[in-house]
Design a protein around this ligand. Structure first.
Ligand code: 8P5
Length: 446
């Protein structure tokens, strides 16, 4: 592979999320989150796992930052647990909870690592769920109160802010499929949740702008590139619909001020009447400084007589798959980047999550030679670099994830880390993929 060199100011990072790594679920005044409630509900999480202890990052953050430094990570994307700051979701804030994130943030800065803070990565205060959660429009204002406190306390030292992580997953896995917290199964609720999360994002961006802070603010949707399973007209139309349901459903409101008509009709035909106040769309379309994208895989799509489309990756044996059952399709990242460059007015883009779960083996010397993950990382970076050469303003890459952690409904069974975490004693071990990433960062390329 000829030497691939990224732009000199390209940002090399790693990403995690509060509920997945922190533990200390009820320590120092933290309130209950919807993921505490969900994971404590029998039958929701594989093996009955929960985030009560997770990776104990709450107590081990200095050790973890030392490992980031050893790998040479330049920026660390972490999320703040809303119920650690506001145990009741609003009102009086918890000084001890805020203090943890101050200590974490200043320890990063002391080690020359740029903080990238995600305000919401799924752990809503349970007290807010008790009043309807994201389906309750008032929660968008409580989100602004929460965001505003963090902008005030950390805004002068945190250079990158991400308002919301994956609105689509929160809305549809949490409120239509019911496989994520809070476990609701209702399409209309899912659509209201998606809209209110975008509305909360736009309101928070507005609040951030008012404070004239030195940093940059964006949002982190999840995208998958969709490909028709054949060149039959019905499959091409089905693919267009699948792309609308996932990708256009985010791009249109945030960048075009409206929801995509074909998808609105798709939902109306399924009994979910969908319209929102036009003034919301102006708030949702607030100018952002960057688009953070989470990319893992792509889907092949064919026509379905009832549902309109069906994704058929499970039938495709020609692609290698990760432990999540997702096909490994690096070109999907390239195609996505070119598409977003075109659809989102050449906005600065960072890859805020990319990575893979594999069944890592520990050898007799305690080393983890996770070759599949190393190949996944290299192949996706090659595609990212190709996109940059095509003129895409790709500014950074955050690998998911720094360490093996709580993988939502799969518990600890799926491992995405470049650092292994022993579930018995929580000992950290850098995998070969972590050493590969160290070399990539050192060389600013492959
Ligand atoms: N079929 N299929 N499709 C792939 C769809 C991927 C959707 N899941 C994500 O993006 C989640 C994101 C989350 O931020 C993080 O908290 C999760 O740990 C990672 C890994 O799961 C990813």
């Amino acid at each position: 592979m000829p030497g691939i060199v990224f732009p000199k100011d390209f940002i090399w990072g790693c990403a995690t999320a509060s509920y997945q790594i922190e533990g200390a679920f009820d320590e120092d005044g933290k309130g209950e989150s919807i993921w505490d409630r969900f994971s404590h509900t029998p039958g929701k999480i594989l093996n009955g796992d929960n985030g009560d202890v997770a990776c104990d990052h709450y107590h081990r953050y200095k050790e973890d930052i030392a490992l980031m430094k050893e790998i040479g990570i330049q920026s660390y994307r972490y999320s703040i647990s809303w119920p650690r700051i506001f145990p009741e979701g609003k009102g009086q804030y918890n000084e001890k909870g805020l203090d943890f994130y101050k200590r974490l943030t200043y320890e990063l800065l002391k080690n020359g690592i740029k903080p990238s803070v995600t305000l919401y990565h799924w752990d809503l205060p349970q007290k807010l769920q008790d009043i309807g959660g994201w389906a309750n429009r008032d929660v968008t204002d409580y989100f602004v109160e929460y965001a505003g406190l963090l902008f005030e306390k950390l805004g002068d030292v945190v250079p990158y802010w991400i308002t919301q992580n994956e609105p689509w997953i929160v809305a549809f896995l949490g409120h239509m499929m019911g496989v994520h917290a809070p476990g609701i199964k209702d399409l209309k609720t899912a659509l209201e949740v998606f809209h209110n999360i975008l509305l909360s994002h736009g309101k928070a961006v507005g609040a951030y702008r008012q404070l004239n802070l030195p940093g940059k603010i964006g949002i982190a949707p999840n995208f998958s590139t969709k490909y028709p399973a054949s060149d039959k007209k019905e499959d091409i139309e089905a693919c267009e619909l699948a792309d609308g349901v996932l990708n256009k459903w985010f791009i249109y409101p945030v960048f075009k001020g409206t929801y995509p008509e074909d998808v609105v009709k798709f939902y109306r035909d399924r009994g979910a009447h969908f319209d929102f106040p036009p003034e919301d769309m102006k708030i949702i379309g607030a100018d952002i400084d960057f688009l953070a994208i989470n990319y893992y895989t792509s889907e092949f799509v064919k026509h379905h007589p009832v549902n309109g489309f069906v994704e058929i990756n499970n039938e495709l044996s020609q692609f290698e798959k990760t432990e999540m059952g997702w096909i490994i399709y690096p070109k999907g990242l390239y195609d996505l980047l070119l598409r977003l460059d075109n659809d989102c007015n050449k906005i600065d883009i960072i890859i805020s999550e990319n990575g893979a779960a594999f069944d890592d083996k520990i050898d007799e010397n305690g080393n983890i030679n996770d070759v599949k993950r190393m190949n996944y990382i290299k192949e996706h970076l090659i595609q990212a670099h190709k996109a940059i050469e095509e003129g895409v303003n790709l500014k950074g890459y955050y690998l998911w994830s720094l360490m093996d952690n709580f993988e939502w409904s799969f518990g600890y069974s799926k491992k995405f880390g470049i650092i292994h975490v022993n579930r018995e004693n929580l000992k950290r071990t850098i995998k070969n993929s972590g050493y590969l990433y160290r070399d990539i960062i050192k060389n600013n390329g492959l």
